[in-house]
Write a protein that binds this ligand. Structure first.
Ligand code: AGP
Length: 610
């Protein structure tokens, strides 16, 4: 997490850095800071709180110069305070640096530096890097950083400046992403391409172990051993739906919820060829010839993407008869998975930068397994390190609570199932056609639900002061229950649990009383009657039931306290509809509780540390 940006050129450095930094605020927002070099002098402004506060400080006390670095923080070591905010400096104020990552041996390095007489002023792991660079700094900042990073264990993306070598920004990457943007008489560096896309499309994605620098008219990248590497400049054009503007919506999350019909419609048009109804997936080296020979899939992901993976398991088992496991990446990376050559590892990630998911990919590759990723962020590290990638095409998602990326991931899994099922001969042309026709209805159905939020609003009004919630679902909508609970807890800070409805009587039922709202996802599907029994169990304990039910279901309305209808759809596609009212519910509850919807406390959009 944490966002880094750096600039060298002729433009007003503070304004340019702030604009780019704002595009990275999703990575963390505990504190923000900037350092520039101007006429041989180092200027620093930093402050606890969001980038807006730094902006106000810069208005009163601007920073001038030809080069600068800036940072938005998600605290790992040390509380979010002004002191702990980046940039950090050494004892002599000759060096300033910003860092994303975690230095695991920082305590040992700190002791060593203290013994040598360095004065460390913060609780951060980052500060030790500034002192290490200072210690090795003679003339060349590049050499000093090369020496310093040799001592680091953990992960880092670094941008470093110094008054002793004032014409460059030295950069280094190990297990935290860093991209160099190439301009004309100016160059840039950032944690990810989205911070630079308004400035340039020409990017160099740094690899682990590389160190280098950007100067006004020069860029140099060296490998671990200090040998120059051939720079691969990629043209990154990502002009899709969902830019960093709110477009009149009060919050990014609300905007992103409303973008879902257009994203689904566009992706269907893009992936399904007119006339032949063939489904296309570009950017994948896992070929059509190879897919039918895969007999086992391990899906690994975190958070909302893990929920999408769970839906994937039900799909792959039902339609492809594929042995499918779904693991949390943070667990998968430390397991000793029993694998064979016919196993495909799928990684699902909106950001494409999640540290645990990336580690899972590296584990899979170390045992020679093919990795297919489902990512939203184009050219992200996960996309680049995988053998094949399916893009979700949801556009950049800014709200920390994932909404449109989730439904885009679900859609990609639906399409992949139909595609793969056809290739394996498990789905006939007619069945595939029917499924595609059903998918085409989804954008209209989502629009319908977004146009009528009356019941959702009523439920939000009635229950926003509750302290606990249960979400229940079965089969394809068990993941929907997990996702509904996650959305509510992350943005409204209400304790919420998602359960497989059949598990209720194995413990959680003890929690139910007249104060407990229970959201039951119960569309008319193969487990509908089982859900009805579970609802009766909750009602018998006086719980308050909000049902997500299929339009026209009279039976359920008689049983429950509130019903939110979704349009009728094939069972396996119902999660994409059932989650919409849950996203809206979480949003409206959070608003009523006065919570910060787009940037909930303690969280960050991109989790690049373990
Ligand atoms: C979802 O609302 C979350 N904020 C979070 O769980 C997220 O899905 C998780 O961190 C995984 O991120 P990724 O999809 O970018 O890998």
């Amino acid at each position: 997490m944490c966002g880094i940006v750096g600039y060298i050129g002729d433009k007003a450095v503070d304004t340019l850095l702030i604009v780019s930094l704002e595009r990275l605020e999703y990575r963390g927002y505990d504190s923000a800071g900037m350092a520039t070099l101007n006429g041989g002098k180092l200027g620093i402004r930093k402050q606890v709180g969001k980038i807006q506060i730094l902006k106000e400080i810069l208005k009163k006390k601007p920073l001038e110069g030809q080069l600068g670095i800036a940072h938005t923080r998600w605290a790992t070591h040390g509380e979010p305070t002004t002191e702990n905010a980046h940039p950090h400096t050494g004892c002599k104020n000759e060096v300033a640096l910003v860092h994303n990552g975690i230095i695991e041996n920082y305590a040992e390095l700190r002791d060593e530096l203290l013994k040598e007489g360095h004065i460390l002023r913060t609780d951060t792991d980052t500060e030790v890097i500034a002192h290490l660079v200072e210690k090795h700094l003679n003339k060349s900042l590049l050499v000093a950083v090369q020496k310093a990073v040799k001592r680091l264990e953990g992960s880092y993306a670094l941008a470093v400046i110094s008054i002793k070598d004032p014409d460059k920004i030295v950069v280094a990457r190990y297990r935290s992403p860093l991209v160099i943007g190439i301009g004309k008489n100016e160059n840039f560096v950032a944690s990810d391409a989205s911070a630079l896309l308004h400035l340039t499309s020409n990017m160099i994605f740094m690899e682990d172990g590389q160190v280098g620098f950007i100067a006004k008219r020069r860029v140099k990248v060296l490998d671990r051993e200090g040998r120059p590497v051939e720079k691969k400049v990629k043209i990154v054009k990502w002009h899709l739906l969902g830019g960093p503007q709110k477009d009149g919506y009060r919050h990014f999350m609300l905007k992103e919820i409303h973008e879902q019909p257009a994203i689904i419609r566009n992706t269907l048009q893009r992936r399904i060829s007119q006339g032949t109804e063939r489904i296309y997936f570009e950017h994948t080296s896992i070929t059509e010839e190879k897919l039918p020979s895969i007999s086992r899939v391990i899906i690994q992901a975190c958070g909302t993407s893990w929920h999408a993976g769970l839906v994937g398991k039900y799909l792959f088992e039902k339609y492809l008869r594929l042995h499918t496991e779904v693991d949390l990446s943070s667990e998968f990376r430390y397991r000793m998975p029993v694998v064979r050559g016919d196993t495909l590892v799928m990684a699902i990630s909106q950001s494409g930068e999640t540290a645990d998911t990336l580690a899972g990919i590296r584990l899979a590759k170390s045992v020679f397994l093919d990795v297919l990723s489902l990512c939203n962020t184009i050219e992200s590290t996960i996309a680049r390190e995988s053998d094949g990638v399916i893009y979700a095409f949801a556009g950049s998602e800014i709200g920390v609570a994932s909404t449109k990326a989730y439904t885009a991931e679900l859609l990609a899994l639906f399409l992949l199932t139909i595609h793969w099922g056809t290739l394996k001969g498990m789905l006939s042309k007619e069945e595939a056609h029917e499924m595609v026709e059903e998918l085409k209805k989804i954008p209209y159905y989502v629009e319908e639900m977004l146009d009528n939020q009356k019941e959702v609003l009523e439920c939000a009004e009635r229950y926003y002061q509750s302290s606990n919630f249960l979400f229940l679902g079965r089969r394809f909508n068990y993941p929907t229950a997990l996702e509904g609970a996650l959305k509510l807890k992350e943005i409204s800070y209400i304790h919420a649990e998602g359960y497989a409805a059949g598990e209720m009587k194995h413990g959680p039922l003890a929690l139910v009383d007249e104060k407990m709202p229970v959201v039951c996802i119960a569309p008319k599907d193969s487990v509908y009657q089982k859900m009805i029994s579970n609802i009766r169990e909750v009602k018998a304990r006086k719980g308050k039931v909000i049902a997500i039910a299929t339009r026209g279901d009279e039976e359920i309305t008689k049983l429950v306290d509130h019903t939110i209808f979704i349009p009728p759809i094939r069972e396996e596609f119902s999660p994409i509809l059932a989650v919409i009212p849950l996203q809206l519910f979480a949003y409206h509850v959070a608003i009523k509780r006065g919570c910060h919807v787009d940037q909930p406390r303690n969280l960050a959009k991109s989790v690049t540390v373990e």
